[in-house]
Design a protein around this ligand. Structure first.
Ligand SMILES: [Mg+2]
Length: 249
């Protein structure tokens, strides 16, 4: 039986549509975060003189929780609670909600974080849209909401999206099936009618293929063995030449 024609194309974001080509060095990141931390702490009557220290503690708790989840059950951690516990352990009087807002305040994202779209990202998305495809994102991020949408807009990758599926909003990380199921439901499409495009064999290709998506892998350092994407490409514009993307069903 021939595969059903495609209706939707889902994209991973990091290193698929944008990359940190112009990322500031870690020291500059820390300085930016510390500046934001100081401003936040001042308005929340918390110890401003420990801005650098507290930003590092909060951020480390987030990274640790994220790494453990990625290596473990793929359930998105409660980052606010993790940061809150770490900051209280460090002697501050901060509740989890405020700790979550603190993380959000010190998070250096989008253009500030040096994110640049790949040169052909915006034109390829527009052309796929013109061909009638539904366009969605499927991305592992600890921060979703308006901030993520604003970052897409600031980098010029916008105006085409029919849905966004962000791990922290779903509660699971790719390659957990719940993330991909959420994306399919968001556009009312089936996996066989969808193409997942991403740079991770583990998170994007294997995760989506398990549910029956077609898959396209942006060639990168392989992060899994024994995973065979349906298509492999180096430049996004190559997608436009794939027969299955000629026109949406
Ligand atoms: Mg990626």
């Amino acid at each position: 039986m021939p595969a059903p024609p495609l209706r939707a194309v889902f994209f991973d974001i990091g290193d698929t549509l944008w990359h940190a080509q112009a990322a500031p060095p870690p020291s500059a990141f820390r300085k930016m975060a510390a500046g934001r931390a100081a401003a936040f702490l001042a308005t929340n009557e918390l110890p401003v003189d420990r801005a650098d220290d507290l930003a590092r503690i909060a951020w480390t708790s987030l990274e640790y929780a994220m790494r453990a989840a990625r290596a473990g059950d793929l359930v998105e951690p409660d980052y606010s609670a993790r940061a809150g516990a770490a900051l209280r352990e460090a002697g501050t009087d901060i509740d989890d909600v405020t700790a979550g807002r603190f993380l959000d305040a010190i998070y250096v994202s989008g253009v500030d974080g040096g994110k640049e779209p790949f040169r052909d990202a915006a034109p390829v998305l527009s052309e796929l849209k013109r061909r009638g495809f539904l366009i969605g994102s499927i991305t592992n991020r600890a921060f979703g909401g308006a901030r993520f949408r604003d970052d897409l807009r600031a980098t010029g990758i916008d105006g085409v999206w029919d849905s966004h599926t962000v791990s922290v909003e779903v509660g699971y990380l790719k390659p957990h099936p719940a993330v991909f199921q959420h994306a399919l439901a968001s556009l009312s499409v089936r996996a066989g009618e969808s193409l997942m495009v991403g740079n991770s064999l583990l998170e994007d290709v294997a995760g989506a293929a398990r549910l029956g998506f077609n898959t396209a892998w942006r060639r990168s350092a392989p992060d899994a063995e024994g995973v065979t994407p349906d298509f492999v490409f180096d430049e996004l514009s190559e997608l436009l030449r794939l027969p299955i993307l000629k026109r949406a069903a």
